[in-house]
Design a protein around this ligand. Structure first.
Ligand code: SF4
Ligand code: SF4
Length: 172
C-alpha cells in the first residue's frame, strides 16, 4: 500500500466515502466527501477532519485541516470539482457519483504525496435537466440570486430548504 492509499484508508476509517487530492499552492489538497446525515453537523465535520489531519501528522507529514468556519478563501466545491470528485450542478451544489448532492466536504492541506492518477473523473451531466431551477420556490437559481435563497431559508426558521437537493435525480 503506498502513502496515497494509506492516507485514503485513514480518511475512510473516519467515515469519508470518497477521497481525492489535487495540487494546491506548494502542497496538495486532500478533499474528502462525507455522506450528509443529520448527525454530521459542521462542528462534527471539523472534529473528524482534525482527527484525520492528526493521523496524517503521526505518519510524519505536514497536515492542516481547513475549518468549515474559515475556508481561507478556498471554494471547496470548486476544489472538489477540479479534483474530479463531482461537478457543480445548476443548483450550485457539488453533485457526486455516489451520494449525488447529499454530501459534506472537508479538506486537509498536506505535503504528503496523495495524488492519485488512477482516478476516474465525474463529468458534468446536468444536461437535459432543470429540475432544481424550476422547483426553487423563489426562483433563486433561475435568477442566479443567492440572496433570494438566503432570505427564503431564513424565513423557514428551524426547517431547512432542501428542495433543490430532493428533486435532483442524483439524489436517488
Ligand atoms: S435551497 Fe431552496 S430556496 Fe435555496 S436554491 Fe435550493 S430550492 Fe431554492
Ligand atoms: S436537479 Fe438536474 S439540473 Fe439541478 S443539479 Fe440536479 S441534475 Fe443538475
Amino acid at each position: 500500500m503506498d502513502i496515497c492509499d494509506k492516507i485514503a484508508a485513514v480518511a475512510k476509517s473516519h467515515g469519508a466515502s470518497h477521497v481525492h487530492a489535487i495540487p494546491f499552492k506548494d502542497k496538495n489538497a486532500l478533499v474528502m466527501v462525507f455522506q450528509a446525515n443529520p448527525g454530521l453537523d459542521l462542528s462534527e465535520l471539523d472534529s473528524i477532519t482534525e482527527r484525520i489531519a492528526k493521523d496524517i501528522r503521526r505518519k510524519g507529514f505536514f497536515a492542516r485541516a481547513l475549518s468549515t468556519k474559515d475556508w481561507e478563501g478556498v471554494s471547496l466545491r470548486a476544489l472538489a470539482e477540479s479534483a474530479g470528485i463531482g461537478f457543480i450542478g445548476k443548483s450550485g451544489l457539488l453533485i457526486t457519483e455516489i451520494h449525488g448532492p447529499r454530501v459534506r466536504l472537508s479538506c486537509i492541506v498536506t505535503d504528503a504525496n496523495v495524488l492519485n492518477g488512477q482516478f476516474k473523473r465525474v463529468e458534468n451531466s446536468c444536461e437535459g435537466c432543470s429540475a432544481c431551477v424550476v422547483s426553487c420556490p423563489v426562483g433563486a437559481l433561475a435568477k442566479r440570486d443567492a440572496e433570494l435563497c438566503k432570505e427564503f431559508t431564513q424565513r423557514m426558521e428551524k426547517a431547512r430548504c432542501t428542495i433543490c437537493i430532493d428533486v435532483c435525480p442524483y439524489s436517488r
